[in-house]
Design a protein around this ligand. Structure first.
Ligand SMILES: NC(=O)c1ccc[n+]([C@@H]2O[C@H](COP(=O)([O-])OP(=O)(O)OC[C@H]3O[C@@H](n4cnc5c(N)ncnc54)[C@H](O)[C@@H]3O)[C@@H](O)[C@H]2O)c1
Ligand SMILES: [Zn+2]
Ligand SMILES: [Zn+2]
Length: 377
C-alpha cells in the first residue's frame, strides 16, 4: 500500500510499504478515508526529534473497518470509525481512570502510545491506505455511516479533543475570559471549545494572518504578537486585569517578537503575565525532555526558564500533558451530529495522499493559508 514515509529533515515521500496485518484477535484493519497532518508531525518533520527515517506518519485517522480480529465484539466490517491518536488498552490503571493518553500497556516502559509517532510505540501511522488498530473495541469510535461530516469527524482524532482538553485543564467556565496562545489548529480548537463552554471573551494570539482571521470568524479577538507585546494588548482589553484563564497551544518551538526568534519559554512566561492572580493555565502545547535543536544548552535538556516565582506570587494553577482523547471524543462527536459544533472551519486543504510532500512543506512554512490539511488516500 502507499504511505507517507519520513526520509530526512524537511523531507517525506509517498512510498510502497507492506500492508498491515491482524496481529492479535483484538485488532481491526481500517481502510483510511481521511488522515490529517498535525503540528506535532512538524516536530518530527523538522528533524527536532529522534524519529528515524522510515517511520510512517499519521496519528489522526478515520476510515472504514475492513478486517476484524476474532476477539473483537463491538466493531464490524463496514463500520465507519475514528481513532483517538492515543493507542490505549482500556484496562490498565491509567486507562481505567480515564487517562488514556498515559496507557501503561501499549508501550512498555513508557506511559502513552500513539500511531506514527517517535517514542510512542510500534504503531505505524495512518497517512496510508490502511491502518492496524489494536484493542479495537476500545480505540474505535463509531460514526454514522456515509460521508457526511468527514472533515468535522476527522478532527475528533486529536485537535478538537486536544483544544477542549486545554480548556478542561484550565477549567474554563461560563462568563470567563480566556487567552489562547497559538492560532494553529489546536489553538483555534481551544478557542472554539472555550466559546462552546460559555466563555465571554476569548483572545487568540498568533502572527499568521489567515489563522488570526479564522479566530475572528468564530467570535474570538485576534492578537498579533508580531505587532507588540501580546500581554499588553490583552491587558488593555481587559481593564488592566488580564484574563481569567489561559491556554498554551504553541509548545516548545515558540517564537518571540517580529523576528520570529525561537524562545522556548516565551509563551509560558507570557501566560503567567496574561492571566490574573488565582487564574488557571492549560498547556496542551508540547514540551519535550530533550531537544538537540533548542537555542540554548538548558533547553536542549528540556529545562526552560519559567518564572515560578510569578506563578507562586499569583497563585496560578497549571495543567499539562497529552490529551486523553477518549475522555471527550464521544461527547464532541455528538455535538457535531446534533449541529452544535462545526470544527471543520479550521480545515484549509483536502488533498490526495500523493500530495503529502507539498502539503508538509507548505504547512511547515505556514504559508498560503495552510492551517489544517486532511489527506484522502
Ligand atoms: N497535548 C496534546 O495531546 C497535543 C495534541 C496535538 C498537538 N499538540 C501540540 O500543540 C501544539 C500546537 O499544535 P498545532 O497543530 O496547532 O501546531 P502549529 O504549529 O500549526 O501551530 C502553532 C502556532 O503557534 C504560533 N506561535 C508561535 N510562537 C507563538 C507565540 N509566541 N505566541 C503565540 N503564537 C505563537 C505559530 O505561528 C503557529 O500558528 C504543538 O506543540 C503540538 O505538538 C499537543
Ligand atoms: Zn495531532
Ligand atoms: Zn491502558
Amino acid at each position: 500500500m502507499k504511505a507517507v514515509v519520513y526520509k530526512e529533515p524537511f523531507k517525506v515521500a509517498v512510498e510502497e510499504v507492506p500492508d498491515p496485518q491482524l496481529q492479535h484477535p483484538n485488532d481491526v484493519i481500517v481502510r483510511i478515508t481521511s488522515s490529517a497532518i498535525c503540528g506535532s508531525d512538524l516536530h518530527m518533520y523538522e528533524g527536532r526529534t529522534a524519529a528515524e527515517p522510515g517511520i510512517v506518519f499519521g496519528h489522526e485517522n478515520l476510515g472504514i473497518v475492513e478486517e476484524v480480529g476474532a476477539g473483537v465484539t463491538s466493531i464490524q466490517q463496514g463500520d465507519r470509525v475514528v481513532m483517538p491518536f492515543n493507542v490505549a488498552c482500556g484496562f490498565c490503571k491509567n486507562c481505567v481512570a480515564g487517562h488514556t493518553g498515559f496507557c501503561l500497556t501499549v508501550n512498555p516502559g513508557f506511559a502513552g502510545g500513539a500511531y506514527g509517532y517517535v517514542a510512542m510505540g510500534p504503531y505505524p501511522g495512518g497517512q496510508a491506505e490502511r491502518l492496524r488498530v489494536p484493542f479495537a473495541d476500545f480505540n474505535c469510535l463509531k460514526l454514522p455511516p456515509g460521508t457526511e461530516h468527514e472533515t468535522d469527524f476527522i478532527l475528533l482524532a486529536d485537535i478538537f479533543p486536544t483544544g477542549y482538553h486545554g480548556c478542561e485543564l484550565a477549567q474554563v467556565s461560563p462568563g470567563e475570559s480566556v487567552a489562547v496562545y497559538g492560532g494553529g489548529p489546536v489553538g483555534l480548537m481551544a478557542a472554539y471549545s472555550a466559546l462552546l463552554r460559555g466563555a465571554s471573551k476569548v483572545f487568540v494570539v498568533d502572527r499568521v494572518p489567515e489563522r488570526l482571521e479564522k479566530a475572528e470568524r468564530i467570535g474570538a479577538t485576534p492578537i498579533n504578537f508580531a505587532e507588540g507585546s501580546p500581554v499588553e494588548q490583552i491587558k488593555e482589553q481587559t481593564g488592566g486585569e488580564g484574563t481569567d484563564k489561559g491556554v498554551d497551544a504553541v509548545g516548545y518551538q515558540a517564537q518571540a517578537g517580529a523576528q520570529q526568534r525561537e524562545e522556548p519559554a516565551v509563551v509560558l512566561n507570557s501566560l503567567v503575565d496574561t492571566v490574573r492572580a488565582t487564574g488557571m493555565l492549560g498547556v496542551p502545547g508540547l514540551y519535550v525532555p530533550s531537544d538537540p535543536g533548542a537555542p540554548d544548552e538548558q533547553a536542549k535538556r528540556g529545562m526552560l526558564l519559567v518564572s515560578v516565582g510569578r506563578l507562586f506570587e499569583k497563585g496560578l494553577r497549571m495543567g499539562t500533558g497529552q490529551c486523553d482523547v477518549k475522555r471527550y471524543n464521544r461527547q464532541l462527536r455528538d455535538l457535531i451530529i446534533d449541529g452544535r459544533a462545526t470544527p471543520s472551519f479550521v480545515v484549509s486543504h483536502e488533498l490526495p495522499l500523493d500530495e503529502a510532500p507539498k502539503a508538509y512543506e507548505k504547512f511547515d512554512k505556514r504559508v498560503e493559508g495552510y492551517t489544517k490539511v486532511v489527506l484522502h488516500p
